[in-house]
Design a protein around this ligand. Structure first.
Ligand code: SF4
Length: 154
């Protein structure tokens, strides 16, 4: 049984910016949950952000750009939330390293957890290719990250 980090919102935890969870509702995902040792984690809550909180998107690049200071995570209210998102990513990495976790299944399109898509930064519902801040940091350290739609690949 492999130990896998999983976005807490995918597991029924009401930790999303709007106070809800994110139901996956697929048999593949249920099989993945049953077959692995699941470690739930929400980097944004771990970093101390409240729930509910302002919706946030990455502006000026992707998660890797946020990590190096070339882009920012901006709340819909205009607040720069970059520091908290970077802290959440660092806490996710620390947890993986402490527990020997080499794989993660994370919520697609989140500015933290997105592994292949993120929102454009314009708050217009458009998604673009890119990783969120957490996925960028985990991938940089050799941790395989996929979305909930590809959980069977970990
Ligand atoms: S997508 Fe990630 S940061 Fe957002 S609520 Fe889910 S676990 Fe937390």
């Amino acid at each position: 049984m492999a130990k896998v980090l999983v976005s807490a919102c995918l597991l029924g935890c009401k930790v999303r910016y709007d106070g809800n969870s994110l139901a996956v509702g697929s048999e593949d995902f249920e099989r993945f949950i049953a077959a692995n040792e699941i470690v739930p984690f929400c980097p944004e809550v771990a970093a101390g952000l409240p729930t509910p909180r302002a919706a946030a998107e990455i502006q000026g690049g992707s998660g890797a750009d946020v990590l190096c200071g070339a882009a920012k995570v901006i709340g819909k209210d205009g607040t720069d939330m970059s520091a908290a998102f970077i802290k959440g990513a660092e806490l996710a990495l620390a947890l993986c390293q402490q527990q020997g976790i080499g794989k993660a299944v994370m919520a697609e399109a989140s500015p933290s957890c997105g592994s292949g898509l993120i929102y454009s930064g314009q708050f217009d519902g458009t998604k673009v290719a890119g990783q969120g801040v957490v996925c960028a940091l985990l991938a940089k350290h050799g941790i395989k990250v996929v979305s909930q739609h590809h959980a069977d690949e970990v």
